[in-house]
Design a protein around this ligand. Sequence first.
Ligand code: FAD
Length: 117
Amino acid sequence: KIENATAKAELGRASWHTFHTIMAKFPDRPSGEEQTALASYIHLWARLYPCAECASHFRTILAKYPPQVSTRSTAAAWACHVHNEVNRSLDKEEFDCSKIGEFYDCGCADDDAGKEK
Ligand code: FAD
């Protein structure tokens, strides 16, 4: 199968969007279990990401910069940093991580999951 750069980039944009939105919704003061869940998610994402070359490259970045999951802001800053590492390797512009705060909005209300809206 030949490479389809458009599909690969589209997958990347969708994946980064979900990734950063998860960080933006992560608790300010996560429980130990929540921290473990996020770290597991990140490692499994790096293992299962469908573009094999991308996943392999990202695992090298993860080995150098292990997930930071102690608070929402450290997780968001860490995610911004590792995305910038990928940007750098692809000769893309660096994102200003001081602007990460309100950038990713899930569009959902801050209520308990599953409750009527
Ligand atoms: P993207 O990098 O997809 O970013 C989307 C949007 O996110 C940007 O427009 C900007 O608004 C915002 N953004 C940019 N940087 C940051 C940041 N640091 N923090 C927060 N938000 C930011 N492609 C390859 O060709 N080779 C690879 O090895 C490769 N590895 C990848 C590894 C992973 C884990 C992922 C998720 C994707 C990978 N990709 C790879 C895809 C690549 O990163 C891009 O998603 C794709 O090239 C499309 O780029 P883009 O310019 O539209 O912006």
